[in-house]
Design a protein around this ligand. Structure first.
Ligand code: NAD
Length: 313
């Protein structure tokens, strides 16, 4: 195995440019990894790193850049779009249900006066994402935020799941989180300082549910993606976090809640004594995208009313 330099990027004894105490581990003209786009070329349309750091230190106003919200037509995504619009952030709502996405965008602009666009986007169709980014930038201006909320459940036990069912859940919940991040990366760099990403994971990223193998794997995967993206993007000041909701009263879990006794059982196991409303999660998403969370990255916040704090579900 190759030797690993444990001194870390900002160690006083790590190699730096002569006379430059603020130099960090990646030389300014070295390639940036994994963006796959021309605009991510070294230094493309970006303020010098030192200038961006200074702006952070001096406490810039809360970011007013736009935010892309996948799955923003319903549930947690919709509540997040509205919560962000409420503080003046333009929103691009991407959803496979284009009619509902446009309806959500109209609500954001009518209720809060922000620029908003609703687009028909299936986040698993990677080849369509560049066009969605272009259209969103044209409608909103700079985009400094991403909320990946698009998600599906797919309850099939591991012993019966087929490849297609597994792939469908992993593609929407996990792979799209990565591909949308990649496609938005140049825009997030351009909108700095203050750019940030929030992935909507789940308490099922932490605990196992026997009927949801693909879902649990996808949500745990998002926690890994959060840590990896945090490591890559942190030096550029882009923060990456996840939110892990418990049971939220949205269309996603409506079939579960229709099972007699299921709602009461969930409430009994929740110290706060109620299911979450989408707004309970949206306020945490908004916090993580704001400068109030300026030193928070690479982690997750559990929003479950205490459900996982008291033991097995
Ligand atoms: N509701 C809960 O109890 C709960 C708990 C933990 C985590 N979550 C997560 O929160 C996120 C939002 O779920 P929700 O409860 O708001 O559900 P929801 O069904 O209300 O919203 C999900 C949205 O994602 C969209 N979507 C699905 N597949 C898509 C695709 N391929 N491309 C684009 N859009 C797509 C849907 O059209 C819908 O508008 C999901 O990732 C879900 O796993 C929900």
């Amino acid at each position: 195995m190759a030797a690993v330099d444990r001194r870390g990027p900002t160690s006083p004894i790590s190699p730096t440019s002569p006379g430059s105490p603020t130099s960090t581990r990646r030389p300014r003209n070295s390639p940036r990894v994994g963006t796959g786009t021309a605009t991510s070329a070294p230094g493309a349309r970006r303020a010098p790193r030192a200038a961006r750091r200074l702006a952070h230190r001096d406490g810039p106003p809360a970011p007013d850049s736009g935010v892309v919200i996948t799955g923003g037509a319903s549930g947690i995504g919709l509540a997040s779009a509205l919560a962000l619009a409420q503080v003046g952030r333009p929103v691009a709502i991407w959803d496979r249900d284009g009619t509902a996405a446009r309806r959500a965008a109209t609500r954001c602009s009518e209720e809060y006066g922000v620029r908003a666009v609703g687009l028909t986007v299936d986040v698993t169709k990677t080849s369509t994402l560049k066009a969605a980014v272009r259209r969103s930038l044209a409608e909103l201006g700079p985009i400094g935020g991403l909320v990946h909320s698009a998600g599906i459940g797919g309850p099939v036990p591991l012993t019966h799941i087929d490849d297609a069912a597994w792939d469908e859940v992993l593609d929407v919940n996990l792979r799209a989180g990565a591909t949308v991040t990649r496609e938005l990366h140049p825009a997030l760099l351009d909108a700095n300082p203050g750019s940030a990403i929030v992935y909507i994971s789940s308490i099922e990223g932490w605990i196992g549910s026997p009927l949801l193998p693909a879902y649990c794997a996808s949500k745990a995967g998002l926690l890994g993606l959060t840590r990896s993206a945090c490591a890559l993007l942190g030096p550029d000041g882009i923060r990456v976090n996840s939110v892990c909701p418990g049971a939220v009263d949205t269309p996603l879990i409506a079939p579960l809640l229709e099972i007699p006794g299921a709602r009461d059982k969930l409430i009994t196991r929740t110290p706060l004594g109620r299911l979450a409303q989408p707004e309970d999660v949206a306020s945490v998403v908004r916090f993580l995208l704001s400068d109030e969370a300026a030193y928070v990255t690479g982690t997750s916040i559990v929003v479950d009313g205490g459900m996982t704090a008291i033991g097995p579900l």
